[in-house]
Design a protein around this ligand. Structure first.
Ligand SMILES: [Cu+2]
Length: 378
């Protein structure tokens, strides 16, 4: 993954753990996830009871057009509500969150060096996506669940430069997230990963759909300051390779958590496919936000992509729930692929989303239908 030079390590250690005053997710009505997130406390017992009426997350194409519009309207609505992380980032001039959408991008960006290529990658992003889903509901009155984008339905692994994946509903300007950015030429000498050869085809501002300015702007991680456009840089050579249904199946078939996590996220190496990279580089390429390790949540598709990554984790868990609702592993140190640090993720390992939501233990994030989270997939 491309690493943002502006991000320093150790952010996790300095991020605020004092959160939630007042509760960031005020309860509204009696929805299945309407209860406020719990205050910090002892971890859930390993056999905590399961929630009632979980939200059902569906593939984007399974939504009715009116449901698609409700989701997109709710995302746009987040940009109309004031950020709750301003205080968290008050002394850090790298992040200047303006609205509730920015909160998530800023928190992800500030922790980017600590939450990727680690054993808690899946749980951290599961919590982030669930917090986003809840914010859409609590702040913007969205009634549905977080949809996902099953990119494996769109991949053409035998024809890597095929652009067919980008003709699908999710990129529709009317009922989807809009399409590619305007093409920006990058000389091969400034293309460190050989992305030109992977068919990169955009790079500039997205031209159509709901996420163009002034309706939507990217305010975090931009060298020219806030108010920038959403950029996409469709890159079929990586997309068709990484989103291969066989790669997805191979990921779900891994025998234990550490091997699952390792195959899911792969290595910083474009020669070996991993499904996590598909939505990022297939959409963001070299110049789009989605391809940037730190700032990828600047593209609203991030959440549909990461919901699919989470669905992959969920499917892996379903194959042996008894074991896999309690199984964690992997190093707490980024890119420690050979476990040289000797410190692995345990059930008590703490996951924090800054001021967005209370910190929780990894053990609280293993069951999507537990006491903290309440959703399922179909
Ligand atoms: Cu991430």
């Amino acid at each position: 993954m491309r690493v943002s030079s502006s991000i320093t390590a150790c952010v996790l250690a300095t991020a605020s753990f004092a959160v939630a005053a007042p509760a960031p997710h005020p309860s509204k009505g009696k929805g299945p996830v309407g209860a406020p997130l719990p205050p910090r406390g002892p971890p859930s017992p390993p056999h905590a009871k399961r929630c009632k009426n979980p939200l059902v997350r569906k593939e984007w194409r399974a939504l009715k057009n009116v449901e698609k519009k409700e989701y997109i309207d709710a995302v746009l609505c987040l940009q109309k509500h004031e950020a709750i992380t301003k205080e968290q980032f008050a002394d850090d001039d790298r992040y200047d969150p303006i609205n509730r959408y920015d909160d998530f991008q800023a928190v992800h960006s500030s922790q980017a060096d600590a939450i990727h290529f680690v054993g808690f990658f899946t749980q951290w992003h599961r919590y982030m996506t669930a917090a986003y889903e809840r914010t859409l509901r609590d702040v913007c009155g969205y009634k549905g669940a977080q949809p996902y984008w099953n990119w494996s339905l769109d991949a053409h692994p035998d024809d890597r430069l095929s652009m067919a994946a980008y003709d699908t509903e999710i990129f529709s300007p009317d009922t989807g997230f809009g399409g590619n950015g305007l093409y920006i030429e990058v000389p091969d000498s400034q293309d460190p990963f050989g992305f030109n050869a992977q068919g990169r085809s955009g790079g500039g501002c997205v031209q159509d759909g709901p996420f163009t300015r002034p309706n939507f702007a990217v305010n975090i991680g931009e060298k020219n300051g806030s108010g920038q456009c959403l950029r996409r840089d469709f890159m079929p050579g990586i997309f068709n390779f990484f989103a291969d249904p066989n790669t997805l199946q191979k990921t779900i078939d891994q025998p234990d958590f550490a091997s699952f996590a390792s195959v899911l996220e792969g290595r910083p190496d474009f020669g070996v496919s991993n499904v996590h990279g598909s939505g990022h580089f297939g959409v963001g390429g070299l110049l789009g936000q989605a391809g940037d390790a730190a700032n990828s949540p600047g593209d609203p598709l991030f959440y549909l992509h990461h919901s699919m990554v989470d669905y992959t984790y969920w499917q892996w868990q379903q194959k042996d729930l008894k074991t896999r609702l309690h199984e964690v592993g992997g190093s707490t140190t980024p890119s420690d692929f050979n476990y040289e640090s000797g410190v692995n993720v345990t059930l008590d390992f703490e996951v924090n989303l800054g001021a967005i939501a209370p910190s929780v233990k990894v053990s609280q994030l293993l069951d999507s239908e537990g006491e903290l989270l309440c959703y399922t997939y179909e």
